[in-house]
Design a protein around this ligand. Structure first.
Ligand code: ARG
Length: 462
């Protein structure tokens, strides 16, 4: 094992069972780049504070740059029996430049360092998730475009409710993903605070220009309280929450398409490339990728829940429990990334069966339109609801729907029905009659589609 950074105070070497238990390098090596970036800026801050002379500063910065280059060229080189990534970088630096390397940690604690690394990491990595969100949103937008004026039933309580445009349904899944995009942006903003200068907990005794450091590292602000900073992981929890909610959305998307691509619905066809077969039943075309996305949502929620439980009992200041922030965070990030890729691929390759969706969009789910017709002829809505309810009861018993009724039959239910009722009671008429901008009215959906496309075009340069 490499000598720990804190060995001076101890008589004996640590028990391997205890030391190995506390080692975080196998997973925090993911912070390598951020750790070196933070240290490069710290070296400059120490130089400005008069702690490092020019020669040491240059040696440290060249050494760190060489370490960064080596790690970038071969990520597997970032490895060893060090306690954590901070110890690894320091050991490599001292191996390269000797004593000057031993001056780098002056006035700094790993407590603030690990926080700054994680913040830099999230600032760097969140845009990658946002890009995948945009790709998934684009897949829905393209499908919505292709769906044209195709109709389908909408559902409440998983029962047919009212006719909608298929494009309206598809955009209903793009909308929450856009909120996820914003929520990740908020998580990124929360991570945007420099913790260096906090020392282990009470602040540093060197004249560190924190404003300069924040600028150098791309932070727009500096934390306000060193004690809080030492154990604040709210930004990690916010990120985990944003990821979990996005996974909840992906899971619901998965559920919809698992149902709607199945034999019972047959509204969409899964591409062969998005499905798997059965080892026993030759006819099966299983939606495995969608099922896995739905399953992985549980894992993301577990990461959030587990981490909140880790945090809840911690006394003020850094505690080693906080090392448990990284694995759930990295796992959540990876889970969302692969789930977005899989969802986008499935959605991109769906084929709509407009005949099936259209057929399912007519029938008794036009009952609200029949009632609205009566309202337009002066009947109070509550009474119209009664009249149409009785009609539905009768049609159900006779296994018929509105379409098969003669004008005479209509007028037996109410003299307010005219010959034009047939034109009002179709799925196409039903969507056209919606009026509000968030509705399934074809013009409103067209506008929503255009607005989403504009948003996609404008948000790519984050
Ligand atoms: N590996 C530690 C973590 O992830 C780094 C901070 C260690 N600080 C300490 N005082 N032991 O939290």
């Amino acid at each position: 094992m490499s000598k720990p950074l804190w060995s001076g105070r101890f008589d004996s070497a640590p028990d391997p069972a205890a030391f190995d238990f506390g080692v975080s390098f196998p997973f925090d090596r993911r912070l390598f780049e951020d750790d070196v970036t933070g240290s490069l800026a710290w070296a400059d801050a120490l130089a400005r504070a008069g702690v490092l002379n020019a020669a040491d500063t240059i040696a440290i910065k060249q050494g760190l740059q060489a370490i960064l280059d080596a790690g970038r060229a071969d990520p597997s080189w970032v490895n060893g029996d060090d306690e954590d990534v901070h110890s690894f970088v320091e050991r490599q630096l001292v191996a390269r430049i000797g004593d000057a390397g031993r001056r780098l940690h002056t006035g700094r604690s790993r407590n603030e360092q690990v926080s700054v690394d994680l913040r830099l990491y999230l600032r760097r990595r969140i845009p990658r998730l946002q890009e995948k969100l945009r790709a998934t949103i684009a897949a829905f937008v393209n499908q919505a475009e292709q769906a044209g004026d195709a109709l389908m039933p909408s559902y409440t309580h998983m029962r047919r409710a009212m006719p909608v445009l298929v494009s309206h349904f598809l955009l209903s899944h793009a909308a929450p993903l856009r909120r996820d995009h914003d929520r990740l942006e908020a998580a990124r903003a929360e991570a945007d605070a420099l913790t260096l200068g906090s020392g282990a907990i009470a602040g540093t005794g060197y004249a560190i220009d924190t404003k300069f450091l924040a600028d150098a590292l791309g932070f727009s602000r500096v934390v306000t309280n060193s004690m809080d900073a030492s154990s604040d992981r709210d930004f990690a929890a916010t990120f985990l929450h944003a990821v979990s909610l996005s996974m909840v959305h992906l899971s619901r998307i998965a559920e919809d398409f698992i149902l709607m691509t199945g034999e019972e619905f047959g509204f969409f066809e899964l591409a062969d490339s998005s499905a798997t077969g059965s080892s026993m039943m030759p006819q099966k075309k299983n939606p495995d990728p969608l099922e896995l996305v739905r399953g992985k949502a549980g894992r993301a929620i577990g990461n959030l829940t587990g981490f909140l439980v880790t945090m809840k009992g911690l006394p003020t200041g850094y505690n080693k429990d906080l090392q448990e922030d990284k694995e759930p965070l990295f796992d959540a990030e990876d889970t969302l990334a692969v789930s977005l890729d899989a969802t986008a691929a499935v959605v991109r390759n769906l084929t709509l069966h407009p005949d099936r969706t259209g057929r399912a969009a007519s029938g008794l789910l036009l009952a609200t339109d029949v009632a609205d017709y009566l309202v337009s002829r002066g009947m109070p809505f509550r009474q119209a609801h009664e009249v149409v309810g009785a009609m539905v009861r009768r049609l159900l018993a006779e296994k018929r729907d509105f379409e098969s009724m003669s004008l005479e039959e209509w007028q037996r239910d109410s003299h307010l029905f005219g010959a034009d009722v047939k034109d009002h009671v179709t799925a196409a008429a039903s969507v056209k009659v919606r009026k509000t901008p968030q509705s399934t009215n074809p013009d409103a959906v067209r506008a929503a589609l255009d607005e989403t496309r504009n948003w996609l075009a404008g948000s790519t340069s984050l």
